[in-house]
Design a protein around this ligand. Structure first.
Ligand SMILES: Cc1cc2nc3c(=O)[nH]c(=O)nc-3n(C[C@H](O)[C@H](O)[C@H](O)COP(=O)(O)OP(=O)(O)OC[C@H]3O[C@@H](n4cnc5c(N)ncnc54)[C@H](O)[C@@H]3O)c2cc1C
Length: 268
């Protein structure tokens, strides 16, 4: 249960990856053993505490994030050698079936972050992996070299404005690929509207799939209940953040509602 105890880790590296996207790396024996898709609660001391998926898992682990508000702004400004608090790894990550021959990974924007360690593990397991990475514009692309080194020809970068790669949206390209290939599984992370479209594709074509969801969470360990999903009452922090397609079929909140910090239901 050591993963539930807050500890401080020294920042080993910080890197700007793209417009408002940063990676912060640290050494931590517990996150070194995390499953891709698991997350940590990050405490920027004296500022805020929030969940972040692991984008690097190993002797040096890390999180990659988009600057949104006060917390992520402060995280982007930490210096090498300073300390941050972390708790984790938390939740259930992506499951890999080594019997899978060919899989599709769909990332939307910063949603690519937890998918990268997954892609590394899939490749390590000899699973052929096609990747669709969708962003608004070329300046939002990050991890291009890391992705190319892993999947090379099997990478399609999609921009909404056509400024790089294929013009369009990730779900549109995903649909085309699903029609043309026999995927054993789809993995996806990104904005919920995008995830919901990919979910519909998985259901329509009968492909197994796993999706990483985001909800506002205060504790990350199943106490506050703010990340609960109706009608099953599943908690994104504890039962997820990764859910399979069969579970999501039963969750009416998926693609429609989330909870604000006060617990009130609002539209996704
Ligand atoms: C399991 C999980 C994994 C995540 N992984 C990543 C990641 O790898 N990279 C990344 O850039 N972002 C990730 N996020 C989202 C990230 O937690 C928010 O962007 C961050 O908390 C924003 O904090 P802020 O103080 O900068 O912004 P604020 O100004 O406080 O909030 C801006 C918006 O961020 C969201 N947010 C704020 N606090 C939380 C919270 N405690 N829980 C969830 N959402 C919150 C809310 O929608 C809020 O409206 C993840 C969220 C979850 C639930």
């Amino acid at each position: 249960m050591d993963n539930l105890i807050y500890r401080t880790v020294k920042v080993a590296k910080i890197r700007r990856e793209a417009c408002s996207v940063y990676t912060v790396k640290f050494k931590d024996p517990l996150t070194a053993k995390a499953t891709p898709g698991q997350f940590v609660m990050i405490n920027v001391i004296g500022v805020d505490e929030f969940p972040m998926s692991l984008s690097y898992i190993g002797e040096i682990s890390g999180v990659t994030f988009k600057v949104i508000g006060e917390g992520t702004q402060a995280l982007s400004e930490v210096k090498v050698g300073e300390y941050i608090g972390i708790k984790g790894p938390l939740g259930h990550g992506f499951q890999i079936d080594p019997r899978d021959r060919l899989v599709l990974v769909v990332g939307g924007g910063i949603g690519l972050a937890p998918l990268i360690p997954l892609i590394e593990k899939l490749i390590e397991n000899g699973v052929e992996t096609k990747v669709v990475f969708g962003v608004r514009s070329s300046e939002d692309i990050f991890f291009r070299d890391r992705l190319s080194a892993l999947v090379d020809d099997d990478l399609i970068i999609v921009t909404e404005d056509g400024s790089y790669g294929v013009k369009g949206t990730a779900p549109k390209i995903a649909r085309k690929l699903v029609r043309e290939n026999h995927f054993s599984r789809i993995y996806a992370c990104g904005p919920e509207k995008m995830l919901y479209k990919v979910f519909r594709i998985a259901v329509r074509y009968g492909v197994k799939a796993q999706f990483s969801l985001e909800r506002y969470m205060k504790c990350g360990v199943g106490l506050c209940g703010n990340c609960c999903l109706d009608p099953l009452g599943l908690l994104v922090c504890k039962d997820g953040p990764v859910f399979d397609v069969e579970t999501l079929k039963k969750i009416s909140d998926f693609g429609r509602f989330k909870r604000d910090p006060s617990g009130m239901k609002i539209k996704v």
